[in-house]
Design a protein around this ligand. Structure first.
Ligand code: URA
Length: 234
């Protein structure tokens, strides 16, 4: 939303009075006087007019969590513990998940209450790389590398998967980089080459890498730099 619209709605001031107040330097945004009515504001912005608070800023949350196996990527569930149950923050009920993992998958999960941020991060056109460590039941056939790079046709969605990079680390272990996030994508891709995923762990999403000192079940806030680098702020 634009600043002038927010001010115009405050105590039914109207657009003209809002423009006059902004031009008269009576409006502050996050503590700084702003004279441009088109200045963008959202629910995380503190807006003041003279000594009155027009809008109190909501606390923006950006967290990374090391999801253990067995925990559900959901905000609420009657049967299983969820990622939200692992978080100890008074505003945790405002969070949503930016890119879910299966219950049997471990690794990096991002949570935020900033819908614009998560939307940018997860937008298909952004093609943000997600890196997975995969253990398979049977040895990975060398042809799999080319097959993953070519892509697989998924009948249910009527799409062909984007070129994915598969690097063999051992007979039954590989690192896979995807640039999209389809339902059960990794498991379905390995199924196509006649194999089965027995363990799956997400190591990174874009520039955000799960730190070695964040044990399963632990979480931490992202730094402002990490938030910006991942998808820009607010
Ligand atoms: N692909 C899967 O099959 N499962 C996940 O949890 C993530 C990607």
């Amino acid at each position: 939303m634009k600043l002038d619209r927010l001010i115009a709605g405050y105590e039914a001031m109207g657009r003209q009075a809002a423009h006059l107040a902004i031009a008269a330097r009576r409006v502050r945004v996050d503590g700084v006087c702003v004279t441009d009515g088109h200045h963008p504001v959202d629910r995380f912005t503190l807006v003041e007019l003279d000594d009155s608070v027009v809008q109190a800023s909501e606390r923006a949350l950006y967290l990374m969590l090391h999801k253990p196996v067995g925990i559900l990527s959901a905000t609420k569930d009657d049967l299983h513990p969820t990622v939200i149950d692992l978080i100890d923050d008074p505003d945790k009920h405002t969070l949503h998940i930016a890119g879910r993992l299966d219950r049997s998958t471990s690794g990096l999960v991002l949570l935020t209450n900033d819908g614009r941020w998560s939307k940018r991060l997860m937008a298909a056109e952004e093609k943000v790389p997600k890196v997975y460590l995969v253990q398979t039941l049977d040895p990975v056939v060398p042809d799999a590398v080319e097959a993953f790079a070519r892509g697989f046709y998924f009948h249910t969605e009527d799409i062909t998967t984007l070129p994915a990079e598969l690097v063999l680390l051992g007979a039954n272990q590989a690192r896979l980089t995807l640039h999209e996030g389809r339902y059960h994508q990794v498991k379905r891709m390995f199924h196509r080459v006649g194999n089965r995923v027995i363990s799956l762990h997400r190591e990174s999403i874009g520039s955000l890498v799960l730190p070695a000192d964040l044990p399963p079940g632990a979480w931490r806030a992202l730094s402002p730099q990490e938030v910006l680098a991942a998808a820009g702020g607010g």
